[in-house]
Design a protein around this ligand. Structure first.
Ligand SMILES: [Zn+2]
Length: 74
């Protein structure tokens, strides 16, 4: 891979650039997860929104089903 700091060719699994001495793990982490606790919080909110969405869809489906049954019985 290419070092993002000095653009030198370094081994793919290198943790530290041997040319400029910058840590590859830090660059990788800062790109992937900015803050540990914030990403955990974001994940929890995403899960809650996902389940709220599923419940909403299920609720609409149940109401639509009940309405449909009412229409049949009338
Ligand atoms: Zn470098």
């Amino acid at each position: 891979m290419i070092c993002p700091y000095c653009k030198s060719e370094i081994p793919d699994d290198a943790k530290k650039c041997m040319h400029c001495g910058e840590w590859m793990e830090d660059a990788y982490k800062s790109q992937k997860e900015p803050e540990g606790c914030f990403s955990f919080l974001g994940e929890t909110i995403t899960n809650l929104l996902f389940w709220a969405f599923i419940l909403l869809i299920a609720g609409i489906a149940v109401f639509a089903f009940l309405d449909y049954n009412d229409m049949i019985s009338w």
